[in-house]
Design a protein. Sequence first.
Length: 316
Amino acid sequence: MDTYDTIIIGAGPAGLTSAIYTLRARLRTLVIEDPSVLSQAGYAALVENFPGFPEGISGSGLVQNEKKQVISFGGQIVSGRVKSIEHDNREGRDMWSVVLDNNRYQALSVIAASGASAKRLGVPGEERLSGRGVSYCAICDGLFFKDKEIVVIGGGDSALEEALFLTRFASKVYIVHRRNALRAVKILQDKALSNAKIRVIWDSVAEEILGDDKVTGIRLRNVSKNTSSELGCEGAFISIGHTPNTDFIRDIVDLDNDGYIVTDRALNSSNKGIFTCGDCRDTSLRQIVTACGDGALAGVSCQRYVDAIKEAKSQG
């Protein structure tokens, strides 16, 4: 069985940044990328708010650059779906085994950077038009909808925050909500309902996102009247929450009520030797730049942990 100093689960900006830091600290590092899980960064057609790229860069381009950097430092990247993590303390070893569908790797430490997946509506046109008018991040993509009419689907805090942010660019923002009352905190409701650019469409759900090469509208169903209608728009922002990709680790570390990994300030989890970074932990801002910051801190914390183990062994 291959043994590493650290295994990083996830090949998005957080995981790859942590790999850059552990590799520069001369830790033998393996990155596991699940090909079935696309990093949230991959949905960004153009990233204009990442420092150092005045012309912008695509999210996928940024991730590919990080992968090249990881490989240039001697890191390994393998594809696979992590099923579970197991603690191995046989014969006095304090190791972690990462179990994949067809393989198993062992390491002194693990960095969980598995991210979170934006919840999908699951309606026709959504996946096909993702990145072509369908977005899951107003901060990432709002600027591309200057003077356009757009729709935000959702009724919680995140949906109203996104709608308010989008009024900086859009000519009109429709909030589509399945109930006749919003779920967001009162102050956000007051701001949204008093904004001249925002109109709430009550008791309605999206049935289909329309368009061939880009979003041209959305088909709605009024759930109280059971009637269907079409609303013209050039963008559809889906804001119905996120699901952390943490099923593989839920029996190993503490999770909060929403399934996010609980960490301390140094991004240690509740179990010694397991660190966390990026969107699989609860964070108030899900941006590429903050994910990279998390990755750097997790990488340094991991390096200090591994160095301490090796020093203790050399003295023992």
